[in-house]
Ligand binder design. Structure first.
Ligand code: F6P
Length: 377
């Protein structure tokens, strides 16, 4: 019997998604004789049964293209907005899986997608995932596709900011994507020679950053580059968040709904207060050091455009291994990158397992040795 597989891409887009779709699809069809279809716009396309045949020449010529030919969305199967109302659409997904006579659903995505995929697997569907995100924060895999491209883009941006910061004797605070994990800010900060790197994993103090910049001025370096992750927090914000998260865990354990609601609202307010923090940081550093300061937010530039050679290679390796795993009868796993090879990892070990930057990671040690300040001392 010819196996039928469906592919979808979910969560934020990432360079290398098309290379992965092509890797899975071509290997599945050409090496293993399967039929392949795609679903549009992530899990929403599966709910609405919007599919596209990925046979014939559809997969030709997409290796080098950014984004995803299938489209994507951040919709979750169990919490989807339908006609303005949030609904659990899992049962319809299960129904459409069978309506399309699928033997396997391949989900390409980051941390959220791994959790959603596990839930579908627990509903009895055959599911395999691939790890995709520019954040590089999916657990149980060496790396994720999209990260290498974004690393190159952010590093190139820091290179360009250097010459203007140097010419004007300014501080430039550059915001790099990464809400809860700082791999991208750390990697590009090191590769681009940033003087200060601020990560969500290491709360910073304004004084420590200002001291480091003033120290540079004393040594004749009257410009500085501060690479700040989108989700970096100062020590005060970190303490407030830790207190609220602990309180939320208690409220959840005691099933106190009212208290849970109140704490969630407080956490939301904290996040809202956080919007524009890069601007505030630049302003504060200008006041504290006397140097002119400018913010730059790289934003979605980091996710757009042609995937790097490294991401094309990684996505092709993972995609083709995925087809082989399906042929072998595996399911309920993520195709992880392990050295030069790949490894199937049970989704239970991946879902909810965010890979944060350990504060004693060798990259951090190296950065400190070349004089980078992390705002913590
Ligand atoms: O998950 C990848 C990511 O790029 C994060 O770094 C960033 O916080 C988020 O997506 C932005 O998401 P959106 O494109 O939905 O605004």
């Amino acid at each position: 019997m010819t196996k039928r597989i469906g592919i979808l891409t979910a969560g934020g887009d990432s360079p290398g998604l098309n290379a992965a779709i092509r890797g899975v699809g071509k290997a599945a069809q050409e090496a293993f004789g399967m039929r392949v279809i795609g679903f549009r716009d992530g899990f929403r396309g599966l709910v609405e049964n919007r599919s596209v045949d990925l046979g014939g020449s559809v997969l030709s010529g997409i290796l080098t293209i950014g984004g995803t030919i299938l489209g994507t969305s951040r919709d979750k199967p169990h919490k989807m907005k339908i006609a303005g109302k949030t609904q659990d659409m899992t049962d319809l997904i299960v129904e459409n899986y069978h309506r399309n006579h699928l033997d396997m659903l391949v989900c390409l995505g980051g941390g959220g997608t791994q959790k959603n995929a596990l839930q579908l697997a627990q509903k009895g569907l055959n599911v395999i995932t691939l790890p995709k995100t520019i954040d590089n924060d999916v657990g149980m895999t060496d790396t994720t596709f999209g990260f290498d491209t974004a690393l190159g883009i952010a590093t190139g941006a820091i290179d360009r900011l250097h010459s203007t910061a140097h010419s004007h004797h300014r501080i430039i605070v550059v915001e790099i994507m990464g809400h809860r994990s700082g791999w991208l800010a750390l990697g590009s900060g090191i590769a681009g020679g940033a003087d200060v790197i601020l990560l969500p994993e290491i709360p910073y103090s304004f004084e420590a950053i200002a001291d480091a910049i003033s120290h540079r001025v004393k040594n004749g370096k009257n410009f500085s580059i501060v690479a700040v992750a989108e989700g970096a927090v100062d020590t005060e914000q970190a303490a407030t968040r830790a207190r609220l998260e602990a309180a939320l865990a208690n409220a959840e354990a005691s099933e106190d709904k009212k208290q849970r609601k109140e704490i969630k609202a407080e956490l939301k307010a904290l996040e809202a207060d956080y919007v524009g923090h890069t601007m505030k940081l630049a302003h504060r550093l200008e006041q504290m050091t006397g140097l002119e300061s400018r913010p730059t937010i790289l934003g979605h530039l980091q996710r757009g455009g042609t995937p790097s050679a490294g991401d094309r290679l990684l996505a092709t390796r993972l995609g083709t291994a995925c087809a082989e795993y399906i042929d072998d009868g595996l399911s309920g796993v993520m195709v992880a990158a392990r050295g030069d090879s790949t490894e199937p990892v049970p989704l239970e070990q991946v879902a909810g397992n965010k890979k944060l930057v350990p504060p004693d990671h060798p990259w951090i040690e190296s950065a400190r040795r070349v004089g980078v300040c992390f705002g913590d001392r």
